[in-house]
Write a protein that binds this ligand. Structure first.
Ligand SMILES: *[C@@H]1O[C@H](CO)[C@@H](O)[C@H](O)[C@H]1NC(C)=O
Ligand SMILES: *[C@@H]1O[C@H](CO)[C@@H](O)[C@H](O)[C@H]1NC(C)=O
Length: 239
């Protein structure tokens, strides 16, 4: 009798053991996410914390001459991409299908202004659609959105500043208890002349600044995601 009771519990235990609580973080954006080294610096910074096993996810795996053979290179940075195109073509939908995420960072908008002189309102509308896509895949996803870095060439910073100025209120309007959005300011304190290698992409100095700005918000996002995954496992065990 007792023997059979123990046996009948085994499938339940199996269910719990099969849970994989490894958190997944997707760095999402354009070339400022893809062909830069802030991700390596961020990963290194995490290694001395409780978040050392954080799984970076995304379809991109290329080396960027960051002189770091260890870091998790997976990311969803796409050089040259506009926020508006990613939204219109539903690209993020496929990317998240392939690589689900618990936490995502978004640094987008530069190409919208530089390549196609899009309006700030169009970019904000694209951001709204992208947040919707993130939540369709994971209603509990934690989102960190950047007020983006300046350009070092051309007259693009007026629009970049206008976009950045709108991001906090836009994000607050979409904030949800189960899917928090944090805004980080990558613009203030970032120099278009000193921190860029080519007028567009951060140099070593700029990479360090970007990693430092992402870091505290990401730690908060990781903690919130972890707290929820623990709850999800407990609920399933009871069921
Ligand atoms: C959990 O997922 C991570 C990342 O995909 C993987 O490296 C690890 O082996 C998995 N662990 C288990 C117990 O399946
Ligand atoms: C969203 O809510 C959280 C928790 O209250 C808060 O920390 C965060 O700043 C809010 N985000 C925005 C963009 O207001």
């Amino acid at each position: 009798m007792v023997y059979f009771k123990v046996l009948s519990l085994l499938p339940l235990l199996g269910l719990v053991i099969a849970q994989n609580a490894t958190l997944r973080y997707m760095p999402f954006g354009d070339s400022i996410t893809e062909i830069t080294c802030w991700r390596a610096l961020l990963w290194e910074k995490l290694q001395t914390t409780e978040w050392a096993s954080m799984n970076f996810v995304g379809s991109g795996t290329k080396e960027n001459n960051c002189k770091d053979s260890k870091y998790d290179r997976d990311n969803e940075g796409h050089s040259g991409f506009l926020a508006i195109d990613i939204a219109k073509k539903n690209k993020l939908d496929g990317w998240l299908k392939t690589n689900p995420a618990d936490v995502i960072t978004m640094h987008l908008g530069t190409n919208d202004f530089v390549q196609q002189n899009k309006n700030v309102a169009e970019v904000i509308a694209a951001f709204t659609k992208l947040v919707g896509t993130m939540r369709t895949h994971n209603p509990n996803i934690k989102i960190v959105v950047a007020q983006i870095i300046p350009m070092g060439t051309g007259n693009y910073n007026t629009k970049i500043q206008q976009l950045n100025a709108q991001i906090p209120a836009w994000a607050a309007g979409l904030n949800k208890t189960e899917s928090l959005i944090w805004v980080v300011d990558q613009y203030t304190g970032f120099s278009g002349s000193v921190d860029l290698r080519d007028g567009v992409h951060p140099n070593a100095n700029g990479d360090q600044k970007m990693a430092n700005v992402w870091y505290p918000a990401l730690i908060g996002a990781f903690a919130a995601a972890k707290a929820e995954k623990g709850t999800a496992t407990a609920v399933r065990f009871v069921a």
